[in-house]
Design a binder for this molecule. Structure first.
Ligand code: NAD
Length: 353
């Protein structure tokens, strides 16, 4: 059985979803109609052959809709979600799911009352680079990480449209941060206990266009998230330090390197001073190459749309819970709240998430 979807917000992301959702080849779903406030978006949806709702109320009254996908600017997610849930529809919201945890709690309360599900499109849980990094750690290729660095950087210098405005939930913490923080919380099971963050407004006037957040977990893991729209020499997407080696994955394709302890050739302390470009040193001397081995982490790839929407189809049929569960959304939203709070206080903040 396939499911019928209505889309609110037919911009970049709404129209991207529509292509997949209306692709008969997978038989999962059908786009039954679109609502958008913008003429250009409405014309685009009409050209693509979709029914146009004249108002949100007309959409709410459509009894044939199983799921509403919300792909508007971020400040509209919660009000639309509540209205759709109250009209008996399941809801998939784009990320960030809401503007803060208090708002999300309100939406989840309505979802519980309505008996319908509310979930969010956390597609980057299925990104190749992330899955490859995660698998390298989980299969023990690189064991017991103590620092994970996760970055997305460009020098595009372009922040545009609603993303420039605070009231619409603009800025990079909500935009890319919502993805990278969700990935982090899926990766690390222990409690998040401290968050430090510095937000920058290099290009934009009222929202962050670059930030670094450092998350300390109860396990001892330090996880750093860095997003920048103004970085002219990009650093690797992933850099992981573990007790027995390091991993680097430069790009989205997941191709990377692990350099690790060769096992039997453990490096031993000697009194020898090595003369390097940095001057004479013992502690920072290069490690003897015969104590090292290098390998490529096996690349793990999944079709994120297929995986996500197969689960939504099962959830509509009552055969599964949405993979992006209320507890995941709340934990991630609270972590985002902490990022803003740490920046506001200009010091790290304690928490237990
Ligand atoms: P966009 O500006 O391209 O599209 C937003 C659309 O919403 C526009 O067509 C606009 O006319 C419409 N809209 C604005 N206010 C509305 C309202 N009150 N009611 C109905 N329609 C309204 O933005 P986008 O890049 O498509 O982003 C939309 C959402 O998707 C955001 O929440 C964003 O964070 C998310 N997003 C997610 C991903 C992802 O990878 N998961 C990628 C990009 C964007």
């Amino acid at each position: 059985m396939s499911f019928n979807v209505a889309i609110i917000g037919y911009g970049g992301m709404g129209s991207y979803h529509a292509k997949f959702l209306n692709d008969e080849s997978h038989g999962l779903s059908r786009v039954a109609g679109v609502f958008d406030v913008r003429d250009e978006a409405r014309s685009g949806a009409a050209e693509a052959g979709f029914h146009l709702y004249a108002s949100p109320e007309e959409l709410y009254a459509d009894g044939g809709i199983d799921v509403v996908l919300i792909a508007t600017p971020n400040n509209f997610h919660a009000p639309y979600a509540k209205a759709c849930l109250r009209s008996g529809k399941n809801v998939v919201s784009e990320k960030p799911v809401c503007m803060d945890a208090a708002e999300l709690e309100g939406v989840l309360a309505v979802a519980r009352e309505s008996g319908k599900f509310f979930t969010t499109h956390q597609n980057r849980r299925w990104d190749t680079d992330y899955l490859t990094m995660r698998s390298a750690v989980e299969t023990g290729l690189i064991a017991r990480p103590y620092v994970v660095e996760s970055r997305v950087q460009s020098a595009n210098g372009m922040i545009h449209g609603w993303r420039c405005f605070k009231e619409h939930g603009g800025g990079m913490v909500y935009d890319w941060g919502a993805h990278l923080i969700d990935q982090m919380l899926q990766f690390e099971p222990s409690a998040l206990v401290e968050v430090g963050a510095v937000l920058h407004m290099v290009i934009a006037d009222e929202v962050d266009d670059a930030f670094t957040a450092t998350f300390r977990f109860e396990s001892g893991l330090e996880y750093r998230v860095n997003i920048s729209m103004n970085c002219f020499i990009s650093q690797p997407r992933w850099h992981v330090c573990s007790v027995d080696g390091s991993l680097i994955i430069p790009e989205w394709d997941g191709k990377g390197r692990i350099v690790k302890n060769a096992g039997e050739h453990v490096s031993e302390w000697t009194e020898t001073i090595t003369y390097t470009a940095a001057g004479p040193t013992r502690s920072m001397a290069p490690r003897p190459t015969n104590t090292l081995k290098e390998l490529a982490p096996p690349i793990v790839a999944r079709n994120c749309f297929e995986t996500f929407y197969s689960n939504i189809a099962q959830a509509v049929r009552g055969e599964a819970e949405p993979l992006v569960a209320p507890a995941h959304m709340l934990r991630a939203m609270r972590a985002i709240d902490m990022v803003f709070e740490a920046d506001r206080q200009k010091q790290s903040v304690k928490c237990r998430l």
